[in-house]
Design a binder for this molecule. Structure first.
Ligand code: TYD
Length: 223
């Protein structure tokens, strides 16, 4: 059977697409901010986005997915996350890449495979294939997986937990296992970083890897 395919796709090698991934409390948001500031200071055109979010549809879905108390089946969640991501790719990711920008996205497709497939038991191979097809195979050039045991991550969250964070330790253990499986399956794209290290060390490792790619992609980037 043929999977439905998005009407959009990445048409050139322009731009650079970076995602940050990881379980709760891994420090993704902080590292995203730091990376964005550093690249802007270096003169690059940078687009910072998050999934779910960054578009009107994405923000509406984010409210439903993270802040409504209605229970949602993992497949329902996955389809909503995909809907938001399709808008994100069309409205934000592709135009920014086409303009030669560096797109930095806090979470993306890998989150769905880790959370809804490995955590929520939607068949992983199917969800991976369906999810990629729906976003026109617009996948990151590099993804940083900030890896952390869920016990450590959960203990770092000192605010009210959202619907996903409230799913319990067992769920989050499966999510971590999912991420590590994805990293093994995609060793060229996913770079695993030990998020137990302090913020500076994590940032240094991200920067070192990004610098290597920047050298390689210089011709495709706007400065
Ligand atoms: P967010 O606040 O963006 O991330 P964090 O909790 O790391 O600060 O929350 C997004 C939540 O949505 C997070 O719990 C992961 C989850 N998620 C999925 O379950 N599936 C997906 O496809 C995506 C993109 C996120």
């Amino acid at each position: 059977m043929k999977l439905p395919k998005a009407s959009f796709k990445r048409r050139s090698k322009k731009g650079l697409f970076i995602t940050l991934e990881g379980p709760e409390g891994a420090g993704k948001s902080l590292q995203t901010k730091r990376l964005v500031s550093r690249l802007k200071r270096a003169g690059y055109a940078v687009e910072q986005i998050r999934d779910p979010g960054s578009t009107q549809v994405g923000r509406a879905l984010r409210r439903v997915l993270l802040h409504e108390t209605t229970p949602l089946a993992p497949l329902t969640e996955a389809l909503l996350f995909i809907s938001g991501r399709m808008r994100l790719v069309e409205e934000c990711v592709l135009p920014a890449l086409e303009a030669g920008k560096i797109v930095i996205c806090d979470r993306y497709h890998d989150s769905m495979v880790a959370y809804q497939a490995f955590g929520g038991s939607v068949p992983a191979e199917w969800l991976d294939a369906f999810g990629r097809s729906a976003i026109g195979d617009v996948m990151p050039d590099i993804s940083f997986l900030l890896d952390l045991p869920p016990e450590v991550g959960m203990a770092r969250l000192n605010r009210t937990k959202d619907r996903m964070e409230n799913k319990g330790l067992n769920f989050h253990r499966k999510v971590r296992r999912g991420y590590r499986t994805l990293a093994k399956q995609n060793p060229k794209r996913i770079c695993v970083i030990d998020a137990k290290q302090d913020v500076e060390e994590v940032a240094e490792q991200i920067n070192a890897n990004v610098d290597i790619i920047l050298k390689r992609s210089a011709d495709h980037l706007k400065r």
